[in-house]
Design a protein around this ligand. Sequence first.
Ligand code: ZN
Length: 257
Amino acid sequence: MPIRVTVWGENVHEQKNKAVAENYPKGMHGQIASVLMEDKGIVATTATLQEPQHGMTEKRLDETDVLVWWGHAAHEQVDDAIVERVVQRVWQGMGLIVLHSGHFSKVFKRLMGSPCALHWREAGERERLWVVNPGHPIAKGLPRYFELENEEMYGEPFSVPEPLETIFVSWFQGGEVFRSGLTYRRGAGNIFYFRPGHETYPTYHDKTVGQVLRNAVNWAYNAERHPELLLAPNTPVDKAIETIVERGAKLTNHPKA
Ligand code: ZN
């Protein structure tokens, strides 16, 4: 069974900005899906903000192993109920890859529980991404570093929680640095944040970026789902693994099973 990926695209700047439309005639989501499909073990489809329920129906999420999220201008237009639905799926084990300006998406901020802020500059600077964790599956087959000739600068401090692992650190021509590849686990869900991907530059046509995205899907994939992680059941005294005697004061009075 191939890994089923849904690439979620905001699909706003592609419609309004000539440079973005020229870089991404299929939409950014369409290009990202194409790049992922270069891995024969991945089947990637797309969903956009403009679709009913932003394309994130329960059925669609049932059929999604890994969700890729790109958003920028319209984070606030994403319905809170849909955000909650996506977050609950991640907690149960769906993989999530958050790209570039998705750092400020409601989904990512909710999962991180922190501001996820940074500072930035749009000046077409060179970005050099250093692989700081070469043994990690997301870094498989990559050189020591790779460069994107034109990118938006993101600078530290990036106000996210300390990650599980750091895969990339970026240097920018103007002198700033940024932790540009970070992993997290929330509930049973694997999460990867990857920084590059400003829409006015052809970043998702870059071969090394494509390799990172394919590696990240394979890393984030988990066939299992753990809905039990969302529940908080009581285990009564007579169901305890070892025999115990109830003692002391208590708040609850559960009926005997
Ligand atoms: Zn950007």
